[in-house]
Ligand binder design. Structure first.
Ligand SMILES: Cc1cc2nc3c(=O)[nH]c(=O)nc-3n(C[C@H](O)[C@H](O)[C@H](O)COP(=O)(O)O)c2cc1C
Length: 201
């Protein structure tokens, strides 16, 4: 029975990776710069090296942004009425991935949703990665709460970037929101902020 379970997990993992999904290591939760130091150093970065993020850097950024930090499924970012509505898409050179906080911790997988490089529709800064913050209207219909909650995630991204030796910029000026909505198939949900992320140049 145990062997069958192991086999099933292996088959599932192989199938998930064959679909183009990425392996997302568990987040680092200890060590690094103190919060005081990160606050002291936090600043906006608009120019990045071409080097892609490592899997660990991507995992740390996504988990810090809005990952699960408690047994009850609650998140690193607060949300009004605990709606947890802020979705994070990672736009990378080989496509777009949708962060699933549960799948991250249970199976270490980052699901791929598109093979398009949509970074050009995000912001005007050349970066190896863009994180796209999209509040889900089904979970939180009140725009003011959705905007505030997105702000918390954005600040987490700033601080996590600082701690991980990366740089970022919160961007409300999205190059082409309509194309992003189409490519990401977000329907009535609108990207509110995008964050280029990379090693500062
Ligand atoms: C909601 C929001 C939207 C922003 N939009 C942009 C933007 O579209 N383009 C940009 O270059 N910077 C943008 N910024 C970054 C601000 O310009 C930056 O935070 C500000 O100049 C202060 O600099 P600092 O972050 O280094 O303290 C935005 C910041 C916030 C909080």
């Amino acid at each position: 029975m145990k062997k069958l379970m192991v086999l099933m997990v292996m088959v599932y993992a192989t199938w998930m990776l064959a679909a183009g999904n990425r392996v997302l290591p568990l987040p680092q939760k200890r060590g690094g710069m103190s919060l005081r130091e990160a606050l002291d150093k936090r600043h906006t970065v608009r120019s990045f090296q071409k080097k892609e993020l490592t899997a660990q850097q991507l995992a740390d950024m996504l988990w810090s942004a809005n990952g699960i930090n408690r047994e009850n499924g609650k998140r690193t970012a607060p949300s009004a009425l605990d709606k947890r509505e802020v979705l994070i898409y990672a736009a990378l050179p080989d496509g777009v991935y949708l962060y699933d906080p549960e799948l991250h911790l249970s199976k270490q997988i980052l699901p791929k949703i598109s093979s398009a490089d949509v970074r050009k529709y995000c912001g005007k800064y050349d970066a190896p990665c863009y994180l796209i913050l999209v509040p889900d209207k089904n979970r939180q219909p009140r725009e003011i709460f959705a905007a505030v909650d997105t702000g918390y995630v954005s600040q987490n991204i700033y601080l996590a970037a600082q701690i991980n030796g990366l740089g970022t910029c919160a961007m409300g000026s999205i190059v082409d929101r309509e194309k992003l909505i189409r490519e990401l198939n977000t329907g009535k949900n609108v990207p509110l902020l995008v964050h280029p992320v990379g090693i500062p140049r």
